[in-house]
Design a binder for this molecule. Structure first.
Ligand code: BGC
Length: 763
């Protein structure tokens, strides 16, 4: 309170006498406040606000504080505790205008409690669960003095070679847009930014998931229709939900890097979408304009970026170095700088920092004695969300659930892998607090435990890959090899398998294999692990594969070999417990794939909602002169929306309330869903629509709605969906968003392939 009054005086505001601690009651509107402050800032102070720096352990804290006190830094990221951030905020309060700092971090899927990776969250198709994960993350991050997260990451990814597929919510525009909205609301809370809420900055704007060949940082070339139709809506959804920030992508778009892209940043983001928040560059992206070959030198790079509307520069020094000279020479205008500063100050205003710079830092006496304290975690929430995100891909002869009295052997390099369990971008998650599969199963079995363990294989036998992955982590090796020979490890596992009733193999990728800068040309399970699976298969024992991976893998062979396959992605702090809940039937799996599984890398992209083509392949007919690969079965191995349960569901009596729809009318599409099995369970009823004939080619189907429902054994329920003209709109060649009269097929299914269909006409 006292600090705020001082701040008010220092920046010459009319009166700051009545500021409640909890109420966001600014005495002036945001615009007036920011304009007022802007008027009092020197050029150096303005440029200082545009600087966002990463705080590494090696950095000289004293120097940073000096810089802050001199007004040379606007915000930091990667400093994540109150005792770390308080002295920096103190330094800001010693600066001439006492403009508060903000503190940011990549809180992607949890902060201290790590939730499943985003691709796994999307597999739950459960908006409440996803929202809960974001809410908990925000609370934990805010309690650690963080004001802003570089999330959600809503890049549509249709090429699983891209390592960051793990970090997004899959291939589908509708599903990802729904999640984008939920995540922004979860981080930011309802209404004004409070002490428990953090600002969301949606990323990576734009189209980062469409890098050519799935190779990270690569070029993106895309038609405007495809952008508008498929790739841009999730960013828009996040912005419409109120995201305070946008992180600009590292890639280029049709020849212009996003960081220098006037069309993207000005015409689309600011003018067309009306975005009024903070645009932050990605790491070092302004400097990279030189490498991209659109800027001769740092001076030109800074000019292009500020002109495009990159408000804050993440971890490069070009704005500081070059903006004064550019202004002096008239190459940029004062308004270019002021506009950027305005957004930074506006974001700080929205974060509540002008009311209380210590809003999330709190008082020193309330600092947690141990930031990693167990009681700061939200284990129950993490476990529940994690089990909702697991996808049962195979379950031959009801191999799962396992009996707790069975003799089980657990094998595989991911069985005792707490680091991997957290997935990449694990924020402040601590490996020692994450539950491995071995620990989870041991706990679930309790006294009955007849569980043995053998490692069986290393993640990979490729030493170059191990070296590459270990470079990613500065604290500890990510991938620790067992020095024994592959054969010795396999022999040990086979011996254990021979004495067991059932084999559970935890196989897949180490978490670093699905990360930034972790593109792969080969999506097989690494050969060291495939050798293990082959040897286990040869024992004749029932084989359950527990997959851990951050992207679809090519598992055609394993599909044949395994009796059951559970896709667990990287399921977070409580992963081991959640997976055990499913393996032993304490929870009936209900996840559905948010991305198609290709049969082979050559088949990519395999997304379900591709455009209609002139010579489609028809299953069961000769393939000659149709669109297919003659050396591969057509279609994905597992389609979008697919996932099994321990019970069975049937769909019947699909009906449309009308065979025609007026522009202002509605159609009710209904279907009876019955749980025909013996267990209670949840499933996701999915509604797809196909625009049969249009002024341009339309996709073969598009997800337009879904409902996740719980049915008791034997129970049935009629699910209703409302369809109106909005569901039928698309961007035409003129980029006009409108529905066209004609025939529409409505399909309802429990995945994107097996559907029942009815049609109607839009009049
Ligand atoms: C990533 C961003 C991330 C940033 C800060 C970059 O390398 O591309 O997604 O937010 O680093 O950690």
């Amino acid at each position: 309170m006292k600090k705020l009054c001082l701040l008010g005086l220092a920046i010459g505001l009319a009166s700051h006498s009545v500021l409640a601690d909890t109420q966001p009651a600014p005495l002036q509107s945001k615009d007036a406040f920011v304009s007022n402050l802007l008027k009092q800032m020197t050029l150096d102070e303005k440029i200082g606000q545009l600087r966002l720096i990463s705080i590494g352990p090696e950095m000289p804290r004293e120097l940073i504080r000096k810089e802050i006190a001199a007004g040379n830094i606007g915000g930091t990221f990667n400093s994540i505790t109150r005792p770390e951030n308080r002295p920096m905020q103190d330094a800001a309060m010693r600066s001439r205008l006492k403009i508060p700092m903000f503190f940011a971090y990549d809180v992607i899927h949890g902060h201290r409690t790590i939730f499943p990776i985003p691709l796994a969250l999307a597999s739950s198709w459960d908006m409440d669960a996803i929202g809960l994960s974001g809410r908990v993350a925000a609370k934990e991050a805010a309690a650690d003095s963080l004001d802003l997260t570089f999330a959600p990451m809503v890049d549509i990814s249709r090429d699983p070679r891209w390592g960051r597929t793990s970090e997004g919510f899959g291939e589908d525009t509708y599903l990802v847009s729904r999640i984008a909205k939920v995540m922004v609301k979860a981080y930011q809370g309802s209404g004004l930014i409070g002490a428990d809420n953090i600002m969301a900055s949606v990323k990576h704007f734009a189209l980062y998931g469409a890098v050519e060949g799935g190779r990270d940082y690569n070029t993106v070339d895309m038609s405007p229709v495809k952008m508008y139709q498929d790739y841009l809506p999730p960013y828009r959804a996040a912005i419409d939900a109120g995201a305070g920030g946008v992180m600009v992508a590292l890639n280029s778009i049709n020849g212009i890097p996003a960081t220098a892209n006037l069309w993207l940043m000005q015409d689309l983001l600011r003018k067309e979408w009306g975005f009024k928040g903070l645009a932050v560059s990605d790491h070092g992206a302004i400097f990279e304009l030189i490498k991209h070959g659109v800027a001769r030198d740092g001076r030109e790079a800074a000019k292009l970026a500020i002109k495009a509307g990159i408000d804050m520069s993440m971890n490069d020094t070009l704005y500081g170095k070059e903006l004064p000279g550019l202004l002096k020479s008239g190459e940029i205008q004062q308004s270019d700088i002021d506009n950027a500063v305005r957004e930074v100050l506006g974001a700080k205003f929205d974060m509540g920092l002008f009311r209380d710079p210590y809003l999330r830092i709190g008082k020193a006496e309330n600092d947690p004695a141990d930031p990693y304290a167990e009681d700061r975690l939200h284990r129950a929430e993490a476990r529940d969300v994690a089990r909702r995100s697991l996808v049962l891909l195979e379950n031959k002869n009801q191999t799962l659930p396992l009996s707790k009295s069975a003799k089980i052997v657990l094998v595989g390099p991911l069985a005792k892998a707490p680091i991997d369990m957290m997935g990449s971008w694990a924020a402040a998650g601590k490996p020692a607090q994450s539950v491995s599969l071995f620990d989870g199963m041991t706990r679930a079995l309790g006294d009955q435990a007849k569980l043995t363990y053998a490692r069986g294989a290393n993640i990979t036998s490729d030493k170059n890959v191990v070296g590459y992955l270990n470079f990613l982590n500065f604290d500890a090796p990510e991938v620790v090899d067992d020095p024994r020979s592959a054969q010795v490890m396999i022999d040990e596992a086979v011996k254990a398998a021979q004495q067991a009733d059932v084999v559970v193999a935890a196989v897949g990728e180490s978490r670093g294999m699905s990360h930034e800068s972790s593109s792969r040309t080969d999506l097989n399970i690494p050969s060291s692990q495939r050798d293990l699976i082959n040897a286990l298969k040869a024992t004749g024992k029932p084989l359950v594969l527990v997959l851990m991976n951050g992207r679809p893998l090519t598992i055609s062979h394993e599909k044949e070999q395994a009796d059951a396959i559970l896709e667990t992605w990287f399921s977070g702090t409580e992963g081991g417990n959640a997976i055990s809940d499913v393996l032993f039937g304490d929870y009936n799996p209900s996840g559905k794939l948010p991305i198609s599984f290709p049969r082979s890398v050559g088949q990519i992209p395999t997304y379900y909602n591709h455009l209609s083509i002139g010579r489609p392949f028809t299953p069961g007919k000769p393939g000659n002169y149709t669109s297919q690969y003659f050396d591969e079965t057509t279609g994905p191995l597992y389609p979008f929306g697919y996932g099994l349960s321990y019970t069975d569901f049937s769909l019947s009596d699909m009906a449309l309330s009308s065979t025609t729809l007026n522009k202002t009318g509605k159609i009710d599409a209904s279907v009876t869903v019955k749980n025909t099995g013996k267990r209670d369970g949840e499933t996701v009823v999915q509604l797809y629509i196909q625009d049969v004939t249009g002024s341009m080619i339309r996709p073969i189907k598009e997800l337009k709605n879904f409902q996740k429902i719980m049915l008791k054994a034997g129970e049935q329920h009629v699910v209703h969906f409302t369809i109106d003209e909005d569901d039928l709109k698309f961007y035409n060649t003129q980029l006009k968003y409108a529905a066209e009269p004609g025939k529409f097929n409505v399909q309802i299914g429990l995945d994107s392939e097996n559907v029942t269909q009815q049609s109607f006409e839009l009049l």
